[in-house]
Design a protein around this ligand. Structure first.
Ligand code: ZN
Ligand code: ZN
Length: 366
């Protein structure tokens, strides 16, 4: 679909890796005062489309179609015929699917809450791969009320049984000003969230050649067909097993090792929160429709969301089994977190929707 990388994966195996944090509509207003984003947001123009519906012709709809195509809701346009500004039936159906995935009224029209959700920063991994919504497909689990819960990437890629001790390397840091020691602490805590719940262990290694997972900060195009877009918009993306690539947009106002809720920087994004989400993709989880889940595609600026929700725990344990020491009633908090200077326990109310679509077999996203 949309971006080359993501869709390459879709074509081959279907892995979408863009990590874009999609903010829940309810949280949006506080993060983005209507009409006046704190600084450039690549999707801010969508706000001018609020109220648009089937049958209309509105400048900017072509751009919205590109967005929906990137995340899998529309097939990519033929090269000979780019998207038009016409609000046609295909767009209406795509918007309705998007609305269902994010718990909005599935009207197919661009109401205010839908537009607010769409401009929220999010994971770059697609929500729909090869026409199948990873956020609501039949193979996903659902509760008694029919809500869509956790999902896997098409084909269910995962790390094989003999790979339960995974090594990760922080390989590209020249594009970020965050010091190396802080990065090591942040990613260690993020991995520990998943290790506390599932039968998996993680260890940092200094050698990229020795690593199963590589983590790096990149600005703009960085060789995988999924260029980053500057502040906000897409925040990060990661590939499904066993690719192991995890990329972060170096242009974001990342906050690491301190309380993001106290940051005065416009558009501040909590690095650890995004890392926990993207690691879910690296392990095989796709995006969840549960707003409180780590794997929800969007996240609010200025908020922290690092604790696995029941939906995340069920998803990862279904793939790898439970950590023998896991206790469902206690948050998956590591001792490292408790020892760190980061305020433990403050729970982000924002919804961080991390949708990581892993490509089956091959991971190209990002
Ligand atoms: Zn994601
Ligand atoms: Zn990338």
């Amino acid at each position: 679909m949309g971006s080359p990388l993501v869709w390459q994966v879709a074509a081959v195996v279907a892995a979408v890796m863009a990590f874009e944090a999609v903010l829940p509509a309810s949280s949006f207003p506080s993060s983005f005062p209507s009409g006046a984003p704190p600084f450039p947001n690549p999707w801010a123009a969508f706000q001018n489309l609020s109220g648009c519906h089937m049958g209309e012709q509105r400048q900017g709809l072509a751009g919205l179609k590109d967005y929906l195509s990137h995340f899998g809701y529309l097939p990519p346009p033929p090269s000979s015929s780019p998207f038009s500004d016409a609000f046609d039936q295909d767009l209406e159906a795509a918007i309705a699917t998007y609305q269902r995935n994010f718990g909005l009224n599935a009207t197919g029209a661009l109401d205010e809450s839908t537009v607010a959700q769409m401009v929220a920063p999010r994971c770059g991994v697609a929500d729909v791969i090869n026409g199948t919504s990873t956020m609501g497909r039949r193979s996903s689990s659902a509760d008694a009320h029919g809500r869509h819960l956790y999902a896997y990437f098409p084909g269910g890629p995962m790390w094989p049984p003999f790979r339960r001790d995974l090594k990760y390397a922080i390989t590209a840091t020249s594009a970020t000003s965050i010091d190396r020691a802080t990065l090591s602490d942040v990613f260690a805590r993020a991995f520990s969230r998943w290790a506390a719940a599932a039968n998996l262990q993680f260890e940092e290694t200094a050698s990229a050649s020795d690593a199963d997972i590589t983590i790096g900060f990149y600005a703009g195009a960085h060789g995988d067909g999924e260029p980053f877009d500057g502040p906000l918009g897409t925040l990060a993306h990661a590939f499904s097993p066993t690719d192991g690539r995890f990329h972060l947009d170096a242009a974001e106002a990342w906050v690491a090792g301190s309380d993001v809720s106290r940051s005065s920087t416009p558009g501040a994004v909590d690095l650890e929160s995004v890392a926990v989400h993207e690691i879910g993709h690296l392990l095989g989880l796709g995006h969840s429709s549960v707003p409180d889940a780590i794997m929800y595609p969007t996240i609010r600026t200025g908020t922290r969301k690092v604790e696995l929700e029941a939906d995340d725990v069920q998803g990862i344990q279904s793939l790898y089994g439970s950590n023998p020491n896991f206790t469902p009633t206690s948050p998956a908090t590591s001792s490292r977190e408790m020892d760190s200077g980061v305020a433990p326990g403050f729970r982000p109310d924002s919804v961080f929707v991390g949708v990581v679509v892993a490509a089956v077999g091959l991971l190209l996203a990002l």
